[in-house]
Design a protein around this ligand. Sequence first.
Ligand code: ADP
Length: 370
Amino acid sequence: DGTEPGKNKDGSGGGNNNNNPGSGKKVQPEVPATIADTESGRTYNRLRILGKGGFAKCFELRDTSTNVLFAGKVIPKTRVAKPAQREKIDREVALHRTLLHRHVVAFHHSFEDEQNIYIILENCNRKCLANIIRHRKTLTEPEVRYYLRQVTEGVRYLHRLGIVHRVATLTRWFISHISQCLANIIRHRKTLTEPEVRYYLRQVTEGVRYLHRLGIVHRDLKLGNFFLTENMDVKIGDFGLATNVEEGVELRRTICGTPNYIAPEVLQKKGHGFAADMWALGCAIYTMLTGKPPFETATLKDTYARILEVQYVMPVRLVTSSKALLRALLCKDPLQRLTLDGVIEHGFLTKEFVPTRLPPTACTVEPRFP
Ligand code: ADP
């Protein structure tokens, strides 16, 4: 869906077992209920589906001998039949398997059988930050009090006249001037509070610092690639576009696949360095705080034009340090853009309240901070 993956719908694990003769369409073979790695002797039970990506379906897997849960990316070989596609997966695996950090999705193991390639990863069962934003549809308590005071006045007036409204639902409570109903407001409220964004950002920056110190540019930092574990720890995942710039391989120009939060210098084919990751971080922070990506328009062409002009709306209600951070990251010149150390030392993370932990309820409702 343009700037964030919105299609990770839960569903069943695939189609029929056989190709459908005569239809001409390839039916994907079903992922087996028990997956065996003949080389290591490990077997896994396939449990619920966690999400779908460009190539892969991702399932929760249980190692049958230890009962440990993993996330298993399953890539049908038919999907990566072209050498370039297969090479992309192999590159992703080769890079990801070298990584080990508290805020990077842990790589455990990979193998294949006749049908599929399997990548066994740390289980981030609370899914990704994009998913959380999609499900956050609440109002704060002071807001509810504000609305309720006015609603009760209206209801009192009606009751004094002997009138019972009978359908006192949120869709009937209109707000003057903006002629919106409360139900609508909740539907569209998909933002995180500033303290939450600081909590997530602190962990993301630690993961990115680890990658950058290894010379790795992720090239697709976005909410859909920030995964959450059971304990609400953030892990950076999906190394499909990542590359090691210090190895001197094609840092420049073409990259396979389109990053979501593409930086101006990348659009201008001036190369893709560490600063492009910082631009993407700026876009991700903006999206968390406002519910919308900064340069979103109806068409890719208009979006690219806005990126090149750095044309976005700065939300007025944010605190000063949030605005300053966004301005410093969404800076057209990659040399002038805030660096990773700049983010870590920024007032946003050093002068404001950063929660040390978030309750899992924050996945669906706004947390309260003392
Ligand atoms: P692709 O490379 O094919 O695009 P992704 O890496 O994006 O695949 O993974 C597809 C989906 O699987 C993700 O959007 C997410 O919902 C889920 N997923 C991937 N890795 C994990 C993980 N470690 N833990 C939980 N879910 C995951």
